[in-house]
Design a binder for this molecule. Sequence first.
Ligand code: FUB
Length: 330
Amino acid sequence: MKKQLLLFSLLVVTATGYAQNTKKTSGNPLFPGWYADPEGIIFNSKPHGNQYWIYPTFSAPYKDQVFMDAFSSKDLVSWTKHAKVLDTLNIKWAKKALWAPSIIEKDKKYYMFFGANDIQSDNESGGIGVAVSDKPEGPFKDYLGKPLIDKFHNGAQPIDQFVFKDKDGQYYLYYGGWKHCNVAKLKNDFTGFIPFEDGKIFKEITPDSYVEGPFMFIRNGKYYFMWSEGGWTGPDYSVAYAIANSPFGPFKRIGKILQQDPRVATGAGHHSVIQVPEKDQWYIVYHRRPLTETDGNHRVTCVDLMTFDAKGMINPVIITREGVKSQPLK
Ligand code: FUB
């Protein structure tokens, strides 16, 4: 009996190994589960520098959004889940609606900026917080003991943060829901902000049709600013972008580059971008909703190629079921 069991197990292991070895593309979604607002990143420091990481929102009713999982991969094809890297048990002011993590590595620490509580006015408790860990897989602990931003400024709901390191080493926080986007200059230790020359802390940079989910990257010295448009529970959710010469814009909308494809999925939006180090090779990581699905929370995390034309414009993304080919990092 025991021998039979052993033989059966060997066959299963062999079959699984074979299946993994022959998986040529990532497939979409990248991993099982309802996950939205994915931030994809490659960290600089060893031993984590040879991996892709994705930090998404756990997509569920707000009251159940009390933790965040992360995912890592060596090749974009096989992914490992890291459960509950952030948990509201470790953040006394965060009660629900943990949203849209944005992560950055600095001085051997990992800082995660997150939204919590979905505040509707300045009278409610919550907003954007910061958590810190020694490792990308957490556990992340509350860094400030209170939100970093807990009020509306320039009409922007304090959600959907993105932390950006500029060419000169300065860190900025782009954020905002309710169709307004602000940028603020972070203090070097991320405990607060440095006012701009005009004395203001929150500079509004909202482009046309902006709704939420800002993201920034630099290519060939230009600032590519991207954001989500439409309503996240509907099919028209999408991503548009602008190009500027400065991190403050002006951000003149160029057009949409990610949206639903009625043959593949709806509601494609709230994305991030990964560049393969030292290569002009780019991926867009985003969420979308399976065709015919009507539950707003049924959002899944996907990856597809992002390419540019000869003038540096982003080509419209082709959303796929296959995903992308294996791309191991050095
Ligand atoms: O996942 C919660 C919210 O949905 C995000 O903060 C928005 O950007 C939208 O994707």
